[in-house]
Design a protein around this ligand. Sequence first.
Ligand code: SF4
Length: 320
Amino acid sequence: MTDPAEQTVEGTRVDGVHVLGAISPSRAGEFKSCPLMYRYRTIDKLPEAPSSAAVRGSLVHQVLEDLFDLPAAERTPERAEELVPRAWEKLQAARPEAAELLAQLDQDEEDWLAACRPLLATYFDLEDPRRLEPAERELYVEALLDSKLLLRGVVDRIDIAPDGAIRVVDYKTSSSPGEAYEATALFQMRFYALVLWRTRGVIPAMLRLVYLGNSEILSYVPDEQDLLATQRQVEALWDAIREARRTGEWLPRRSPMCGWCSYKQHCSEFGGEILPLPEQQPAESVDVQPGQGVDEDAAVTLEDRDVVRHHQDGAASSLG
Ligand code: SF4
């Protein structure tokens, strides 16, 4: 499904400023995984059928967001299950493709919704939401770098401890990655940490990925050098994307991501013919006006560092 950062942004705090372009961590990851997939999605804007896993992920995110609207004592597994039908209604209203997906799957709605239950149950194994009072949920964040590149995204949850320490939390309905892919998974969190540092002047104390697919949490403590490296990498990636735009070379790169790619019929790696570039391409740089989004570009690789894995959050209410 479309990145929420692409959907929810109507205006931006940098309205009226000339920016080179904008990137979110998801688009960044796409370019790194496969420039051709990035091109089809971002430049050609080819339509994609939503996947069942992506829609279910959006639904679980909605339930977890709604859960924190309840008084703390009511945030129980039973109440979470009760929230599912309402969350499903909201999701279908916001994203009609979600309802279309169910029609395509020809699956009973109740059965399909029931598949959320194990994911929600896992959430309660990992965190106790009665002990949490998030400072922010589904927060749109953006920061303009000196290079005029706009970084933006939507953070699932921000917790702030009494001493001001910030924890950035993201829920994943998939399973946690193997160690070889940890850095890729954490790139999104480092990106958010960089944006928060640039906008709030504070480096988050903890980055946390909560994997509901296999009941695991990845935690990571960023530092200034780490975030400066993230910024350099994002900007280097931006240069690579501009070069691809200049040369028109968007090479396919086969990887496990191909299993989820909608563009195989237009990919030479799978016997398809690569489509000609569209005559009209989205502008590379843009003046951001109120109510106007901007195209985004980018991707990155990061070195691995001190990732902690655990299966139960025994200190859910602290940032330790
Ligand atoms: S199938 Fe694989 S190599 Fe081809 S465009 Fe998709 S992700 Fe890239």
